[in-house]
Design a protein around this ligand. Structure first.
Ligand code: NAP
Length: 251
């Protein structure tokens, strides 16, 4: 077997939403490339199972990242364990907002609280821990490019995440430390989040029709792009959006 280059050897990666789907696949690949990985989620059982699946240099932190004091707990735990972060993957998110006229205040707050406020404070509170040449990756979505009648708040939160990436990419403290910030923008990916959709034949058919490659993505395909953004292979990229969506938002 050809010898493989470990692209994150000795690095420390923090992956929110690392116990499932895109975050889990990315944490697994980053670990396989030599990183120590801290994964964050609310459910301790899921975290334990994921940490075992990822491997020995992994630990789980129970936290709700829509809550700033929980984010502070995450950062102090990582500080105590590793003293720094080389790769921040702010990935935890959800997409279940009701349609435009049915969005109530609670649904709006929950969606914005996790997908934007959570990502915002995960980034800002991680700043003192970020090492020189660190990489920040924010999980966006093809939905940010498209009108989303069925999920309008979700689409708007993902557009906000893109704006945040551009702001951070221009911040002089970050540029001074050569910290890069990019958005990874998946389309329709088979994860527990989308299980109900891809298991419904009519939804599955509708989604496939909207994608030039005519299929859902797999979490492992998104993970490869996360690894690319995490490591030096993307050394000249910052403030950018990397679409890994089968062409969904590109047509
Ligand atoms: N799947 C897709 O088609 C798709 C497409 C575009 C973008 N995305 C984005 O990709 C990201 C990951 O989605 P996924 O499909 O991989 O979803 P997933 O399989 O449902 O995973 C979500 C992860 O986030 C964690 N999480 C959820 N709420 C949290 C909270 N309040 N605090 C901390 N952790 C929380 C979950 O663990 P707990 O439940 O235990 O907290 C889980 O680890 C999201 O930002 C999503 O918007 C997904």
């Amino acid at each position: 077997m050809a010898e493989r280059t470990l692209k994150l050897l000795g690095k420390v990666a923090l992956v929110t939403g690392g116990s499932s789907g895109i975050g889990l696949a990315s944490a697994q690949l980053m670990h396989a490339h030599g990183a120590s990985v801290a994964i964050v989620g609310r459910d301790p059982r899921k975290l334990d199972e994921a940490a075992k699946a990822i491997g020995e240099r992994t630990f789980g932190i129970v936290a709700d990242v829509s809550n700033v004091s929980d984010i502070d707990h995450v950062m102090s735990t990582v500080r105590a364990r590793h003293g720094r972060i080389d790769v921040l993957f702010a990935n935890a998110g959800m997409s279940h907002s009701p349609t435009l006229r049915l969005v109530d205040e609670a649904a709006f707050d929950a969606m914005v609280g996790l997908n934007f406020k959570g990502v915002f404070f995960t980034c800002v509170r991680s700043l003192p821990l970020l090492s020189n040449d660190a990489s920040i990756i924010l999980t966006g979505s093809a939905a940010a490019d498209m009108g989303r009648l069925g999920d309008p708040v979700y689409a708007a939160t993902k557009a906000a995440v893109r704006s945040l990436a551009r702001t951070l990419a221009n911040d002089s403290e970050l540029t001074g430390k050569r910290i890069r910030v990019n958005v990874l923008s998946p389309g329709a990916v088979k994860t527990p989040l989308t299980k109900m959709a891809y298991e419904l034949p009519e939804v599955d058919a509708y989604v496939r029709k909207a994608i030039p490659l005519e299929r859902w993505g797999e979490p492992e395909e998104i993970a490869k792009a996360a690894l690319f953004l995490a490591c030096g292979d993307s050394s000249y990229m910052t403030g950018s959006v990397l679409a890994v969506d089968g062409g969904m938002a590109q047509v």
